[in-house]
Write a protein that binds this ligand. Structure first.
Ligand code: ATR
Length: 295
């Protein structure tokens, strides 16, 4: 249930959106959206909508009846949302995960995935001279975020993707689901168990952690990076803490790093444009403001 006094305070024309997840204690998405709503003087709202899995459908019905423009979905609903949406955009269909939903005038749910775009824009923004053409990517994790990142790498002409995951069947399903597009892109996706992954790390040009390992209150990601080439770019999608154990180790090793906060901001801007009809290209200094707790 959405708090009524919150809604009563909103004027009729306010464009409403929010993020659904569970638990949703540390989400930065409301800060990001409200920063831009204020900056561009848009009559809109964006709120955290924590929701236990058994209440997901009733919350979505409530959002429809209260004329929400749409919502984001995060852990653990990104794959579940695929089945709930009435229509899927190409990226959501290919990635098989949804993180952004538009509720259209007919109250239909249109699902999008902006994680791939958010990831790749952030990587190219931070690692300015990076080219992925004919390179080897090493990816840890095969969940919703892992699928989006593999998709982004495939679309950017990577040559090989070496993937490891605790649960083999999930990685193998990912490889199967991407078989057609990887063949089209002339890229191989190869599963490695954790020992093989470590043994071959010297081949990596880019390494990405797509799991929740290393996040506050989660186990650390333990991976010895000593074998890496000094040019290998190390990316983490975790943004709390900003410098994870993995990134600290990479820094100590002298490798370039890409933190996860920029991906979060950039994936948010896709939804912002869909709901509030404002395309933001320059993220301004939002990353610094969030890091320094100024907003
Ligand atoms: P998201 O949609 O955010 O990617 P997810 O689909 O639940 O979330 O995926 C989480 C990823 O983190 C998976 O790759 C998961 O591994 P499994 O597929 O084996 O579950 C990985 N992960 C989470 N906790 C982990 C842990 N303690 N050890 C190893 N991998 C973990």
């Amino acid at each position: 249930m959405i708090k009524d006094n919150y809604l009563n305070n909103l004027k009729d024309k306010t464009i409403k959106a929010g993020v659904i997840g569970y638990p949703l204690t540390h989400t930065l998405s409301p800060k990001i959206h409200n920063f831009y709503l204020q900056k561009f003087q848009i009559n809109g709202s964006y709120q955290a909508l924590p929701c236990a899995p058994e209440n997901l459908l009733s919350l979505i019905n409530e959002l429809k009846s209260k004329n929400y423009a749409g919502f984001n979905v995060t852990i653990p609903f990104k794959e579940k949302m695929l089945e709930i949406c009435d229509q899927l955009d190409g990226s959501a269909l290919e990635i098989k995960a949804v993180n952004t939903v538009v509720i259209n005038n007919e109250k239909k749910l249109i699902g999008y995935n902006s994680d791939a775009q958010g990831f790749i824009e952030n990587v190219f923004d931070k690692a300015k001279n990076l080219s992925l053409k004919n390179k080897n990517a090493f990816v840890i994790g095969a969940g919703g975020a892992g699928r989006a990142i593999v998709y982004a790498l495939l679309k950017n002409n990577i040559k090989n993707i070496f993937i490891t995951n605790r649960n083999y069947s999930k990685a193998s399903k990912l490889i199967e689901d991407f078989a057609k597009i990887s063949a089209l892109q002339n890229c191989k996706i190869i599963f490695l168990d954790s020992n093989q992954f470590f043994d071959q790390l010297n081949l990596a040009d880019i390494l990405v952690n797509t799991t929740s390992l290393g996040m506050d209150n989660q186990p650390p990601l333990l991976l010895d990076l000593a074998k890496l080439k000094s040019t290998t770019v190390i990316c983490d999608i975790v943004y709390k803490p900003l410098i994870t154990n993995l990134l600290r180790q990479a820094q100590n090793n002298g490798n370039p790093i890409v933190t996860g906060l920029g991906m979060l901001i950039r994936q948010a801007l896709v939804g912002f444009n869909l709901w509030y009809h404002k395309k933001i290209i320059d993220t301004e200094n939002l990353e610094e403001l969030l890091i320094s707790n100024k907003i």
